[in-house]
Design a protein around this ligand. Structure first.
Ligand code: UDP
Length: 438
């Protein structure tokens, strides 16, 4: 016979004033208030510590601009408008006045970017969760867009922040913004549609536009070859006319890595996004699964491309991988491999033989290859197969993915990064002053 035990009610047998009854609600309240409590303490402490500087700053603003504060209309938590403060003149440290907004509760140290009333009006209902948070001096979107990796878009990053915010996470965000700012720089420079390094024209675009472009080429049945270039590739192109010529002929060259951003800084331009193959791959797989387009993965060591394909199929069950093959075949197997690719009916071909081998191979066989879009993708199957772990996101957010790769394969990478990066920047500087000979 089943024995029934009495299930206690929410209060059980304890009296209402028993401390254990209140422990959980109290802890819930304190932890949810923790970011705000930390903000108040830090803003208060900073205001006290910096009081002499702030008073001096206020005086300077009053003398130079005739008033202490300049206020910009912003939309805050629960869509309540507020005025974001800055000192009224253009001298350094003008943004320090924003500490008053934090103390007052209009803003937080970390949160979604403060929006103007026009921007706020354009936020779709699906992204309105951002208005449950105080706008932040530091925001995940600003951090990633400055370094060119805000691929998900602002709404998605704000939503993620809403669900994952912690006081420790906020501190990390502020530190990464500080370091990332040193790496990426804050100056606003023009972003032309096309960049040019060492005679190679590079599309200055965003990840979503680049993927739209690929899908369009397949749909319109217009063949295209795509190459990604980082400083190492451009150094190779500088000394290898054959590779450089291929880069000048392919339909699209896309910018890969923080080094290109530095190069743009030297030339006085700005890179819209870091459109590299490794970040593109999962997004392209997701889109292809949606659009019913198929991929063929060619390259890397035996078993690696297949493993990368299997991992992607787990993530995107509707994805069609038409086939895969390693990149260490004998020269006389080439025809058979091209046949296999063509028979597979793949729409898009990804080739990972390393630079410049993959680009030269694709260019040589372009008229025989049936996939409408083909691209050289370097070592990305090694990452997605799990053979080589990719740099953690926080390192990518501060522009140090190359440091991670250097630590992983120092023997192979030191030349690429320790010698290659400064050499690239030196050559960009020569290009800027019109003294680079090709
Ligand atoms: N590879 C290949 N066949 C070759 C030479 C290289 O399949 O004959 C592969 C290699 O296994 C690696 C990729 O090409 O997966 C090149 O990786 P690398 O790290 O050089 O690429 P990157 O750093 O340029 O992205």
């Amino acid at each position: 016979m089943a024995r029934h035990t009495a299930i206690p009610g929410p209060l059980g047998k304890r009296p209402l004033w028993h401390w254990r009854l209140w422990l959980l609600p109290l802890l819930t309240l304190v932890t949810s208030l923790l970011p705000r409590i930390v903000d108040c303490i830090v803003a208060g402490a900073l205001l006290i510590l910096l009081a002499p500087l702030l008073l001096l700053r206020a005086l300077v603003a009053k003398l130079r601009a005739g008033r202490v504060f300049a206020a910009t209309e912003k939309v805050g938590r629960f869509q309540v408008p507020f005025r974001q403060l800055a000192f009224a003149d253009d001298a350094p440290a003008r943004d320090l006045a924003v500490l008053l907004n934090v103390l007052w509760g209009d803003m937080a140290f970390a949160g979604p970017r403060p929006l103007s009333p026009e921007e706020a009006a354009a936020v779709p209902a699906s992204q309105s969760i951002r208005f449950r948070l105080r706008p932040g001096i530091f925001s995940p979107y600003t951090l990633r867009s400055r370094i060119g990796i805000a691929y998900e878009g602002e709404g998605e990053l704000d939503r993620e922040f809403y669900y994952t915010e912690t006081a420790a996470g906020n501190l990390g965000l502020m530190l990464r913004t500080g370091v990332g700012g040193l790496v990426a720089g804050d100056a606003i420079r023009p972003a032309p549609d096309q960049l040019e390094f060492f005679g190679v024209a590079i599309a200055n675009t965003t990840m979503s536009e680049a993927i739209d472009w690929i899908v369009r080429r397949v749909r319109e049945d217009r063949p295209a070859t795509i190459a990604f270039v980082n400083p190492d590739c451009l150094n190779i192109a500088y000394g290898n006319p054959e590779y450089r010529e291929v880069l000048s002929k392919v339909e699209r060259v896309l910018p890969d890595g923080i080094g290109i951003r530095f190069g743009c800084r030297i030339l006085g331009t700005s890179l819209r996004a870091n459109v590299n193959g490794t970040d593109m791959f999962p997004r392209l797989c997701e889109r292809c699964a949606h659009e019913n387009l198929s991929l063929f993965l060619l390259g890397a060591r035996p078993g690696i491309a297949r493993q990368a394909a299997e991992n992607m199929l787990q993530r995107y069950p509707n994805l069609k991988i038409a086939g895969s093959c390693d990149g260490y075949f004998a020269p006389d197997a080439e025809n058979e491999i091209i046949e296999t690719i063509n028979r597979s009916g793949a729409d898009i071909l990804l080739v990972a033989f390393g630079v410049p081998k993959q680009e030269l191979w694709l260019w040589k066989h372009r008229s025989r290859l049936k996939p409408r879009v083909a691209m050289g993708v370097g070592g990305l199957f090694d990452f997605y197969s799990g053979r080589i772990p990719r740099a953690p996101l926080w390192l990518r957010e501060i522009g140090l993915e190359w440091g991670w790769r250097l630590l992983q394969e120092p023997g192979r990478m030191w030349r690429r990064y320790i010698i290659g990066n400064p050499l690239f920047l030196y050559r960009v500087w020569r290009q800027k002053i019109g003294k680079l000979t090709l």
